[in-house]
Ligand binder design. Sequence first.
Ligand code: SAM
Length: 224
Amino acid sequence: MSLYIVSTPIGNLEDITLRALNTLKSVDLIAAEDTRHSQILLRKYEINKPCVSFHSHSGQAKVDKIVDELKEGKNVALISDAGTPGISDPAYVLIRAALENKIEIIPIPGPAAFLTALTASGLPTNQFLYLGFLPLKKGRQTLLNLLKEEERTVIFYESPHRIVKTLAQLEEYFGPERRIVLGRELTKIHEEFIRGTISEVKNIFKNRNPKGEFVVVLGGAGMV
Ligand code: SAM
């Protein structure tokens, strides 16, 4: 019947809307990126619904199976491990397949890590560019070169294993004085905003290991 795109918390389990909870309680089936991970949230809110997994390695057969359930008249909620489904996670594939089958898509908005970081960053929010995860190899240098003149605030996701290397690379391309903000472990117990120039932020990690989840918010060219 309808595919509900339900945003869930990015850390703090209280960051879920009443509409999201009511939707999860009323659908016939929940398609979750990681069913075991999502059980923590579903148990907290006493939501006891059949769950199927839908993740980046789910093949076409899984997509077809969920679309079949929708075509049979079931309401399905799609949730990801964190935040808004489709934002740097595999939800898009299922949403497109549902649309091709004339299934109604109903978004239930809520948190997304990149907006959470941007709004508290103190960097300009009037225009920004969200890049998901930067390409690891092919295309990375071309992209960084293109971004040198970008005047809008640039936001992307980065893993704790790569953040130090990425900061060194950002310093190389954008210079040591460019403003940057790292949003770490947002909405969680160890939430932290690390603000400064690229060089200052890079130096912080000389004395500590980066841990947790990161959003990088980079000031645009010409920003002081
Ligand atoms: N769908 C999610 C959203 O709406 O933001 C993003 C999913 S993406 C697979 C996961 C990445 O988002 C992490 O590697 C991290 O960079 C970022 N992220 C997710 N939760 C976060 C949090 N609580 N604090 C900081 N970054 C977070």
